[in-house]
Design a protein around this ligand. Structure first.
Ligand code: HEC
Length: 116
């Protein structure tokens, strides 16, 4: 406890501590941060892309995403916004920007440990 107090007392000018705190605050405020994209994903895309509903390419299944990515990011973003076959327009994220859709697509297409 005393150590914590002493550390706190000595730290106001410690740049490392400030950087760490600022980074996490910015990450939440930045709409393109990994945290923000992940939150949107869980809110808007996971219900279909998590389990592959109606043939949706599954999140983390990079093999399923490869032929999609081959169309080019612009096409995928446009299809996500306009809808594509069983994919509903905007994937239920009505306030997402194009950059956020691109981030969501990269997030889903990336090889990653399965959520859940
Ligand atoms: C109601 C279910 C559903 C939701 C919610 C959903 N998707 Fe989809 N999505 C699909 C299905 C089904 C497909 C496969 C369509 C096909 O190729 O037949 C798909 C395909 C896609 C594709 C590939 C399009 C292409 O050109 O091949 C992208 C990109 C995509 N979704 C992005 C998103 C994003 C981003 C979100 C969340 C913001 C989202 N989807 C939410 C069902 C959904």
């Amino acid at each position: 406890m005393l150590a914590a107090v002493l550390t706190a007392a000595c730290s106001p000018n410690d740049p490392a501590q400030h950087t760490a705190a600022d980074t996490s605050a910015d990450a939440v405020a930045d709409p393109l941060s990994a945290e923000a994209i992940e939150q949107i994903y869980w809110r808007s895309c996971h219900s279909c892309h998590g389990g592959g509903v109606n043939g949706a390419p599954r999140t983390g299944d990079s093999a399923a995403w490869a032929p999609r990515l081959a169309k080019g990011m612009d096409t995928l973003v446009a299809n996500a916004i306009n809808g594509y076959k069983a994919m509903p327009p905007r994937g239920l994220c009505f306030d997402c920007s194009e950059a956020q859709f691109a981030g969501l697509i990269r997030y889903m297409a990336a090889e990653q440990p399965k959520p859940e």
